[in-house]
Design a protein. Structure first.
Length: 189
């Protein structure tokens, strides 16, 4: 197990958010195509600064709307989410996720948002020609968790059709294939 997979939600969020922020800072073309064919590079960041506020807001957790240029908006949202994770009372607040039952807010942020940052870091890096080193143990753990959803994963509408990947492929490649990304995707020349 890596240090990241063993980390508590505040530390894991801090790591993946810093990694994603560095990719935002290194992006020079927000219209670059991405491994998600419907999106451009800017759409990835816009997605990650929109849905957390909407999803958490639906459960009574207020995340202020972020404005400004993408790097600034992402930093502002990261600060708010980090403060929530570091406040034991807020982090422990239970959210009713229906069939999943009551889940502490920190678990919701960790399981949904921090995981999304992790996976979309790969998308943004590929789209913009940057390097990102994703933690292999975290990728393997996410792959195992998402695989357990079976056909429900794609039925959720959040992921593309799986791309076949060798069983012995790197864990990041296996994760990307599972969520509908071609691990060999290259940005157009």
């Amino acid at each position: 197990m890596s240090k990241l997979t063993e980390a508590a939600p505040p530390e894991r969020h801090r790591h993946v958010a810093a990694q994603f922020a560095a990719l935002i800072e290194g992006t020079t073309d927000w219209t670059a195509p991405t491994p998600v064919k419907e999106w451009q590079a800017g759409d990835i960041v816009d997605h990650l600064t929109t849905w957390p506020r909407e999803m958490l807001g639906a459960h009574g957790v207020e995340i202020p709307e972020v404005t400004g240029e993408r790097a600034e908006a992402f930093r502002a949202q990261t600060d708010v989410i980090q403060q929530i994770l570091e406040d034991p009372e807020a982090a422990g607040h239970p959210l009713d996720l229906g069939p999943m039952g009551l889940v502490p807010l920190a678990g919701v942020i960790d399981g949904f948002y921090s995981s999304d940052l992790f996976m979309h870091a790969w998308d943004l890096a590929k789209a913009t020609g940057q390097d990102v080193e994703l933690d292999a143990d975290s990728a393997a753990a996410m792959h195992a968790g998402l695989s357990s959803m079976g056909p429900g994963l794609q039925a959720s509408g959040q992921f593309g059709e799986p791309v076949p990947v060798a069983e012995d492929a790197h864990p990041v490649d296996r994760l990307m294939g599972l969520i509908g990304r071609d691990p060999d995707w290259q940005r157009p020349a």
